[in-house]
Design a protein around this ligand. Sequence first.
Ligand code: PLP
Length: 374
Amino acid sequence: MQIKVPFLDLKSHHRPMMNEINLAIQEVIESSAFAGGQFVTNFEQDFAAYCDAPYAIGVGSGTDALWLSLLACGIGSGDEVITVPSTFMATAEAITHCGARPVFVDVDERTYTMNPEALNDVLTAKTRAIIPVHLFGQPADMDPILEFGRKHRLYVIEDACQAHGATYKGKRVGTFGDTACFSFYPGKNLGAFGEAGAIVTGNAELNERITILRDHGQVRKYFHSLVGWNCRMDGIQAAVLQIKLRQLEEANQRRRDRAAEYDAGFRECGEIIAPTQASYARHVYHIYAIRVGNRDETIKCLADQGIATGIHYPVPVHLQEAYRPLGYTPGAFPIAERCAAEFVSLPMYPELTHSQVEQVIEGVKEAVAGAVEV
Ligand SMILES: Cc1ncc(COP(=O)(O)O)c(C=O)c1O
Protein backbone atom coordinates (compact mmCIF):
# COMPACT_ATOMS: atom_id res chain seq x y z
CA MET A 1 0.00 0.00 0.00
CA GLN A 2 1.29 3.40 -0.99
CA ILE A 3 1.75 5.81 1.95
CA LYS A 4 -0.65 8.70 1.32
CA VAL A 5 -0.22 10.42 4.66
CA PRO A 6 3.10 9.78 6.40
CA PHE A 7 3.36 10.05 10.16
CA LEU A 8 6.07 12.70 9.87
CA ASP A 9 7.71 14.45 6.90
CA LEU A 10 11.07 15.88 7.89
CA LYS A 11 12.27 16.27 4.28
CA SER A 12 9.50 18.74 3.41
CA HIS A 13 10.10 20.55 6.66
CA HIS A 14 13.81 21.01 5.96
CA ARG A 15 13.60 21.77 2.24
CA PRO A 16 13.04 25.57 2.45
CA MET A 17 15.86 25.93 5.01
CA MET A 18 18.47 23.70 3.34
CA ASN A 19 20.55 26.44 1.67
CA GLU A 20 20.96 28.25 4.93
CA ILE A 21 21.59 25.03 6.84
CA ASN A 22 24.23 23.81 4.36
CA LEU A 23 26.07 27.11 4.68
CA ALA A 24 25.96 26.93 8.45
CA ILE A 25 27.28 23.34 8.46
CA GLN A 26 30.07 24.48 6.14
CA GLU A 27 30.94 27.23 8.61
CA VAL A 28 31.22 24.71 11.46
CA ILE A 29 33.49 22.54 9.34
CA GLU A 30 35.65 25.54 8.39
CA SER A 31 36.05 26.55 12.02
CA SER A 32 36.43 22.94 13.34
CA ALA A 33 34.13 23.80 16.26
CA PHE A 34 32.72 20.28 16.35
CA ALA A 35 32.30 19.61 20.08
CA GLY A 36 30.98 22.51 22.15
CA GLY A 37 32.36 25.89 21.05
CA GLN A 38 30.92 29.11 19.61
CA PHE A 39 28.04 27.58 17.64
CA VAL A 40 26.80 25.87 20.80
CA THR A 41 27.11 29.11 22.79
CA ASN A 42 25.20 31.02 20.10
CA PHE A 43 22.38 28.50 20.09
CA GLU A 44 22.26 28.43 23.90
CA GLN A 45 21.77 32.21 23.95
CA ASP A 46 19.01 32.08 21.35
CA PHE A 47 17.22 29.15 22.99
CA ALA A 48 17.36 30.77 26.46
CA ALA A 49 15.90 33.96 24.93
CA TYR A 50 13.18 31.96 23.16
CA CYS A 51 12.20 30.27 26.43
CA ASP A 52 12.40 33.60 28.25
CA ALA A 53 14.87 32.04 30.67
CA PRO A 54 18.26 33.28 31.88
CA TYR A 55 20.32 30.19 30.95
CA ALA A 56 20.31 27.33 28.46
CA ILE A 57 22.96 24.62 28.39
CA GLY A 58 23.36 22.52 25.26
CA VAL A 59 23.89 18.80 25.85
CA GLY A 60 23.96 15.57 23.87
CA SER A 61 20.29 14.55 24.28
CA GLY A 62 17.13 15.03 26.31
CA THR A 63 18.20 12.03 28.37
CA ASP A 64 21.46 13.81 29.22
CA ALA A 65 19.44 16.89 30.17
CA LEU A 66 17.32 14.93 32.65
CA TRP A 67 20.24 13.01 34.11
CA LEU A 68 22.48 16.07 34.53
CA SER A 69 19.63 18.06 36.09
CA LEU A 70 19.14 15.36 38.72
CA LEU A 71 22.89 15.03 39.34
CA ALA A 72 23.28 18.80 39.69
CA CYS A 73 20.48 18.80 42.28
CA GLY A 74 22.50 16.26 44.26
CA ILE A 75 20.02 13.43 43.79
CA GLY A 76 21.47 9.97 44.21
CA SER A 77 21.38 6.68 46.01
CA GLY A 78 18.58 6.30 48.56
CA ASP A 79 16.53 9.16 47.10
CA GLU A 80 13.09 8.95 45.50
CA VAL A 81 11.91 11.03 42.54
CA ILE A 82 8.22 11.25 41.64
CA THR A 83 7.20 11.13 37.99
CA VAL A 84 4.47 9.69 35.75
CA PRO A 85 4.18 6.33 33.98
CA SER A 86 2.76 7.97 30.81
CA THR A 87 6.05 9.07 29.32
CA PHE A 88 9.01 7.87 27.31
CA MET A 89 11.29 5.52 29.24
CA ALA A 90 14.08 8.16 29.44
CA THR A 91 12.28 10.15 32.17
CA ALA A 92 12.53 7.22 34.58
CA GLU A 93 15.87 5.94 33.27
CA ALA A 94 17.54 9.23 34.18
CA ILE A 95 16.33 8.79 37.77
CA THR A 96 17.61 5.23 37.92
CA HIS A 97 21.00 6.22 36.47
CA CYS A 98 21.48 8.69 39.33
CA GLY A 99 21.04 5.81 41.76
CA ALA A 100 17.62 7.08 42.86
CA ARG A 101 14.26 5.31 42.66
CA PRO A 102 11.47 6.39 40.32
CA VAL A 103 8.11 6.59 42.09
CA PHE A 104 5.05 7.01 39.89
CA VAL A 105 1.73 8.81 40.20
CA ASP A 106 -1.12 8.47 37.75
CA VAL A 107 -2.00 11.09 35.15
CA ASP A 108 -5.06 13.25 34.74
CA GLU A 109 -7.75 11.64 32.58
CA ARG A 110 -8.15 14.71 30.32
CA THR A 111 -4.66 16.13 29.93
CA TYR A 112 -2.56 12.92 30.29
CA THR A 113 -0.14 14.88 32.49
CA MET A 114 0.74 14.45 36.20
CA ASN A 115 -2.24 14.47 38.57
CA PRO A 116 -1.05 16.86 41.30
CA GLU A 117 -3.61 15.49 43.75
CA ALA A 118 -1.85 12.13 43.75
CA LEU A 119 1.51 13.55 44.92
CA ASN A 120 0.74 13.44 48.61
CA ASP A 121 -0.03 9.70 48.48
CA VAL A 122 3.55 8.82 47.48
CA LEU A 123 5.50 11.41 49.47
CA THR A 124 8.06 9.85 51.84
CA ALA A 125 11.05 11.06 53.82
CA LYS A 126 13.18 10.00 50.84
CA THR A 127 11.37 12.09 48.22
CA ARG A 128 13.74 14.70 46.75
CA ALA A 129 12.30 15.79 43.43
CA ILE A 130 9.31 15.76 41.08
CA ILE A 131 9.51 15.43 37.29
CA PRO A 132 6.26 16.45 35.61
CA VAL A 133 6.17 15.63 31.89
CA HIS A 134 4.63 18.02 29.38
CA LEU A 135 3.35 15.05 27.40
CA PHE A 136 2.64 15.39 23.66
CA GLY A 137 3.22 19.16 23.89
CA GLN A 138 0.70 19.94 26.64
CA PRO A 139 2.11 21.52 29.82
CA ALA A 140 1.47 19.73 33.11
CA ASP A 141 -0.56 21.70 35.66
CA MET A 142 2.48 23.42 37.15
CA ASP A 143 1.00 25.64 39.89
CA PRO A 144 -0.13 22.88 42.26
CA ILE A 145 3.00 20.84 41.47
CA LEU A 146 5.27 23.81 42.28
CA GLU A 147 3.30 24.55 45.43
CA PHE A 148 3.67 20.94 46.58
CA GLY A 149 7.39 21.10 45.75
CA ARG A 150 7.87 24.31 47.75
CA LYS A 151 5.94 22.97 50.71
CA HIS A 152 8.02 19.80 50.92
CA ARG A 153 11.34 21.31 49.75
CA LEU A 154 11.54 19.22 46.60
CA TYR A 155 13.25 20.08 43.35
CA VAL A 156 10.94 20.35 40.36
CA ILE A 157 12.45 19.35 37.03
CA GLU A 158 10.27 19.85 33.95
CA ASP A 159 10.47 17.16 31.29
CA ALA A 160 9.79 19.51 28.37
CA CYS A 161 11.28 17.13 25.80
CA GLN A 162 8.01 17.19 23.81
CA ALA A 163 6.92 20.76 24.47
CA HIS A 164 9.20 23.38 22.85
CA GLY A 165 7.27 26.63 22.86
CA ALA A 166 4.23 25.40 24.82
CA THR A 167 2.91 27.83 27.43
CA TYR A 168 1.29 27.46 30.84
CA LYS A 169 -0.86 30.43 31.88
CA GLY A 170 0.88 32.48 29.19
CA LYS A 171 4.47 31.63 30.20
CA ARG A 172 6.76 29.35 28.23
CA VAL A 173 7.51 25.91 29.65
CA GLY A 174 11.09 25.82 30.82
CA THR A 175 10.58 28.74 33.19
CA PHE A 176 8.74 26.93 35.99
CA GLY A 177 10.98 24.24 37.43
CA ASP A 178 14.45 24.44 38.95
CA THR A 179 15.48 23.16 35.53
CA ALA A 180 13.65 22.13 32.38
CA CYS A 181 14.86 19.49 29.95
CA PHE A 182 14.45 19.59 26.18
CA SER A 183 15.16 16.97 23.54
CA PHE A 184 16.11 17.91 19.99
CA TYR A 185 15.72 14.38 18.69
CA PRO A 186 15.04 14.81 14.93
CA GLY A 187 11.27 14.24 15.09
CA LYS A 188 10.67 16.75 17.89
CA ASN A 189 9.01 20.15 17.25
CA LEU A 190 12.55 21.53 17.28
CA GLY A 191 14.71 18.69 15.96
CA ALA A 192 18.42 18.44 15.20
CA PHE A 193 20.11 16.49 12.40
CA GLY A 194 21.10 13.89 14.99
CA GLU A 195 21.02 13.75 18.78
CA ALA A 196 20.92 16.88 20.95
CA GLY A 197 19.23 18.33 24.02
CA ALA A 198 19.27 21.31 26.36
CA ILE A 199 18.67 22.28 29.97
CA VAL A 200 17.01 25.60 30.68
CA THR A 201 17.25 27.15 34.13
CA GLY A 202 16.96 30.40 36.02
CA ASN A 203 19.25 29.19 38.80
CA ALA A 204 22.83 30.49 38.40
CA GLU A 205 24.30 27.81 40.67
CA LEU A 206 22.61 24.94 38.82
CA ASN A 207 23.64 26.50 35.51
CA GLU A 208 27.27 26.53 36.61
CA ARG A 209 27.21 22.99 37.98
CA ILE A 210 25.51 21.54 34.89
CA THR A 211 27.88 23.41 32.56
CA ILE A 212 30.80 21.80 34.38
CA LEU A 213 29.21 18.34 34.66
CA ARG A 214 28.41 18.11 30.93
CA ASP A 215 32.11 18.48 30.09
CA HIS A 216 33.76 15.88 32.34
CA GLY A 217 33.52 18.15 35.35
CA GLN A 218 36.15 20.47 33.86
CA VAL A 219 36.43 24.04 35.13
CA ARG A 220 39.17 24.60 32.56
CA LYS A 221 40.95 22.23 30.24
CA TYR A 222 42.19 19.19 32.22
CA PHE A 223 41.26 20.63 35.62
CA HIS A 224 38.26 18.70 36.99
CA SER A 225 36.34 19.95 40.01
CA LEU A 226 33.58 17.33 39.67
CA VAL A 227 33.21 13.84 38.27
CA GLY A 228 31.08 14.52 35.21
CA TRP A 229 30.59 12.84 31.86
CA ASN A 230 30.77 13.72 28.17
CA CYS A 231 27.38 15.29 27.47
CA ARG A 232 28.53 18.10 25.17
CA MET A 233 26.34 19.28 22.32
CA ASP A 234 28.00 19.03 18.94
CA GLY A 235 28.66 22.15 16.88
CA ILE A 236 26.87 20.99 13.74
CA GLN A 237 23.69 20.25 15.72
CA ALA A 238 23.86 23.67 17.36
CA ALA A 239 24.26 25.43 13.99
CA VAL A 240 21.30 23.52 12.51
CA LEU A 241 19.15 24.15 15.58
CA GLN A 242 19.90 27.87 15.58
CA ILE A 243 18.44 28.13 12.08
CA LYS A 244 15.49 25.85 12.78
CA LEU A 245 14.64 27.74 15.99
CA ARG A 246 13.70 30.79 13.90
CA GLN A 247 10.75 28.98 12.35
CA LEU A 248 9.60 27.13 15.48
CA GLU A 249 6.79 29.55 16.31
CA GLU A 250 5.33 29.35 12.82
CA ALA A 251 5.71 25.57 12.76
CA ASN A 252 3.98 25.26 16.16
CA GLN A 253 1.14 27.45 14.92
CA ARG A 254 0.69 25.23 11.88
CA ARG A 255 0.55 22.17 14.14
CA ARG A 256 -2.10 23.95 16.23
CA ASP A 257 -4.13 24.77 13.12
CA ARG A 258 -4.05 21.16 11.95
CA ALA A 259 -4.95 19.99 15.48
CA ALA A 260 -7.99 22.31 15.46
CA GLU A 261 -9.08 20.73 12.17
CA TYR A 262 -8.72 17.24 13.62
CA ASP A 263 -10.66 18.35 16.73
CA ALA A 264 -13.51 19.71 14.61
CA GLY A 265 -13.60 16.52 12.53
CA PHE A 266 -13.86 14.25 15.57
CA ARG A 267 -16.26 16.42 17.60
CA GLU A 268 -19.43 14.47 16.81
CA CYS A 269 -17.78 11.07 16.90
CA GLY A 270 -18.60 9.25 20.14
CA GLU A 271 -16.14 6.39 19.58
CA ILE A 272 -13.14 8.73 19.50
CA ILE A 273 -11.66 10.63 22.41
CA ALA A 274 -9.73 13.56 20.90
CA PRO A 275 -7.07 15.39 22.92
CA THR A 276 -8.16 18.18 25.26
CA GLN A 277 -6.22 21.41 25.48
CA ALA A 278 -6.33 22.42 29.16
CA SER A 279 -7.70 25.92 29.86
CA TYR A 280 -4.26 26.97 31.16
CA ALA A 281 -2.33 25.61 28.18
CA ARG A 282 -1.06 26.49 24.76
CA HIS A 283 -0.59 22.94 23.50
CA VAL A 284 2.02 22.55 20.73
CA TYR A 285 0.91 19.10 19.52
CA HIS A 286 4.20 17.29 19.23
CA ILE A 287 1.89 14.29 19.11
CA TYR A 288 -1.82 14.32 18.26
CA ALA A 289 -3.09 11.18 20.00
CA ILE A 290 -6.71 10.07 19.95
CA ARG A 291 -8.13 7.25 22.06
CA VAL A 292 -10.18 4.47 20.53
CA GLY A 293 -11.60 1.26 21.97
CA ASN A 294 -10.34 -1.07 19.29
CA ARG A 295 -6.86 0.18 18.66
CA ASP A 296 -5.28 -2.65 16.67
CA GLU A 297 -8.09 -2.82 14.13
CA THR A 298 -8.15 0.94 13.80
CA ILE A 299 -4.42 1.07 13.08
CA LYS A 300 -4.69 -1.76 10.56
CA CYS A 301 -7.63 -0.14 8.79
CA LEU A 302 -5.71 3.17 8.56
CA ALA A 303 -2.60 1.38 7.29
CA ASP A 304 -4.76 -0.26 4.58
CA GLN A 305 -5.75 3.26 3.49
CA GLY A 306 -2.11 4.41 3.36
CA ILE A 307 -2.29 6.40 6.59
CA ALA A 308 0.65 5.97 8.96
CA THR A 309 0.13 6.04 12.74
CA GLY A 310 2.16 5.56 15.91
CA ILE A 311 1.60 4.49 19.52
CA HIS A 312 3.02 6.68 22.29
CA TYR A 313 3.47 4.51 24.30
CA PRO A 314 2.16 0.93 24.21
CA VAL A 315 3.43 0.01 27.71
CA PRO A 316 3.41 2.51 30.58
CA VAL A 317 6.81 2.82 32.22
CA HIS A 318 5.83 1.17 35.55
CA LEU A 319 4.91 -2.02 33.64
CA GLN A 320 8.04 -2.14 31.45
CA GLU A 321 9.97 -5.35 31.90
CA ALA A 322 13.07 -3.37 32.90
CA TYR A 323 11.17 -1.95 35.88
CA ARG A 324 9.79 -5.24 37.16
CA PRO A 325 12.14 -4.96 40.17
CA LEU A 326 10.21 -1.85 41.28
CA GLY A 327 7.28 -4.17 42.03
CA TYR A 328 4.41 -2.39 40.29
CA THR A 329 1.58 -4.57 38.96
CA PRO A 330 -1.21 -3.97 36.42
CA GLY A 331 -3.95 -1.81 37.92
CA ALA A 332 -1.52 0.42 39.83
CA PHE A 333 -2.22 3.43 37.56
CA PRO A 334 -5.54 2.80 35.80
CA ILE A 335 -5.60 5.98 33.70
CA ALA A 336 -2.07 5.59 32.36
CA GLU A 337 -2.78 1.93 31.63
CA ARG A 338 -6.07 2.63 29.85
CA CYS A 339 -4.44 5.35 27.77
CA ALA A 340 -1.57 3.04 26.82
CA ALA A 341 -4.13 0.54 25.52
CA GLU A 342 -6.18 3.12 23.61
CA PHE A 343 -3.80 5.76 22.23
CA VAL A 344 -3.32 6.09 18.49
CA SER A 345 -1.02 8.92 17.36
CA LEU A 346 -2.15 10.44 14.05
CA PRO A 347 0.05 12.15 11.44
CA MET A 348 1.12 15.55 12.78
CA TYR A 349 3.73 17.90 11.35
CA PRO A 350 3.71 21.52 10.16
CA GLU A 351 3.58 20.62 6.45
CA LEU A 352 0.54 18.34 6.84
CA THR A 353 -2.08 19.74 4.48
CA HIS A 354 -5.73 20.43 5.15
CA SER A 355 -6.71 17.77 2.62
CA GLN A 356 -4.43 15.19 4.28
CA VAL A 357 -6.08 15.99 7.62
CA GLU A 358 -9.47 15.41 5.98
CA GLN A 359 -8.28 12.06 4.63
CA VAL A 360 -7.11 11.03 8.08
CA ILE A 361 -10.38 12.13 9.71
CA GLU A 362 -12.42 10.14 7.18
CA GLY A 363 -10.05 7.18 7.55
CA VAL A 364 -10.34 7.16 11.34
CA LYS A 365 -14.13 7.43 11.21
CA GLU A 366 -14.29 4.53 8.77
CA ALA A 367 -11.86 2.54 10.91
CA VAL A 368 -13.79 2.99 14.14
CA ALA A 369 -17.11 2.33 12.41
CA GLY A 370 -15.65 -0.92 11.02
CA ALA A 371 -14.24 -1.78 14.41
CA VAL A 372 -17.65 -1.23 16.02
CA GLU A 373 -19.38 -3.51 13.47
CA VAL A 374 -16.92 -6.40 14.04
C1 PLP B 1 9.10 12.82 27.37
C2 PLP B 1 10.51 12.54 26.92
N1 PLP B 1 11.50 12.56 27.83
C3 PLP B 1 12.77 12.32 27.48
C4 PLP B 1 13.13 12.05 26.18
C5 PLP B 1 14.55 11.75 25.86
O1 PLP B 1 15.09 12.60 24.90
P1 PLP B 1 16.29 12.10 23.95
O2 PLP B 1 15.72 11.08 23.01
O3 PLP B 1 16.74 13.33 23.25
O4 PLP B 1 17.33 11.53 24.82
C6 PLP B 1 12.15 12.02 25.20
C7 PLP B 1 12.49 11.72 23.80
O5 PLP B 1 11.82 11.03 23.09
C8 PLP B 1 10.80 12.26 25.57
O6 PLP B 1 9.82 12.23 24.66
